[in-house]
Design a protein around this ligand. Structure first.
Ligand SMILES: [Zn+2]
Length: 190
């Protein structure tokens, strides 16, 4: 069972000195049977966070970009599509793959504070949680999936595999090691 994912974003020359380590045990999951499934579940967790933090108008109803009348409409009904007062169409921001990958890059440099405290987002209970260092020290080595570079591309490809409806026709996905992970293989980095 795969219960840890260690990942690093960017190509080798711009890798951070630290990795981002996720574990499943803290979230009550025993792990996943295949690398592909494990990585897809992490991509869906990250997308749920990204959606709430960056795309959802309801979740960002207190931000300055939401007019007060529209905010009132959203507080009255979190699925409101129109604001009766100003007549605006209330909708979420569109998915943007470059911004999504930047978001993944930023996660690698996040702290406990900036990662957020929520263990769920967008009506999804997370499967993965960072900072599982103590469990990791006792874990068998073969429970680890290593994404040694370009983790932001791997997450994008895995997300499109799970949610193909997000993929635009001019997508730049498909260049990552995700296909190997999907075949349940660990790419070699040396
Ligand atoms: Zn309004």
């Amino acid at each position: 069972m795969f219960s840890f994912i260690m990942m690093s974003c960017g190509y080798v020359e711009n890798c951070s000195t630290s990795f981002l380590l996720y574990g499943t045990e803290f979230m009550g999951s025993p792990g996943f049977e295949t690398r592909g499934e494990a990585i897809r579940e992490l991509a869906l967790d990250i997308y749920a966070k990204y959606f709430d933090e960056r795309l959802s108008t309801y979740e960002n109803r207190y931000s300055q970009s939401v007019k007060e009348c529209c905010r009132t409409a959203l507080i009255a009904d979190n699925k409101a599509k129109f604001c009766a007062q100003c007549g605006s169409h209330i909708k979420n921001k569109e998915f943007d793959e470059e911004r999504f990958m930047e978001y993944v890059l930023e996660l690698q440099n996040s702290t406990c504070d900036s990662y957020g405290e929520a263990e769920w987002a967008h009506e999804r209970s997370f499967a993965w949680w960072p900072w599982s260092m103590l469990e990791f020290l006792d874990a068998p080595r073969d429970s680890l999936i290593m994404i040694a570079e370009n983790a932001e591309h791997v997450m994008l490809d895995a997300l499109y595999d799970a949610m193909p409806e997000l993929k635009p026709s001019d997508s730049m996905c498909g260049n990552s090691d995700y296909e190997k992970f999907k075949e349940n293989k660990q790419p070699s980095y040396r």
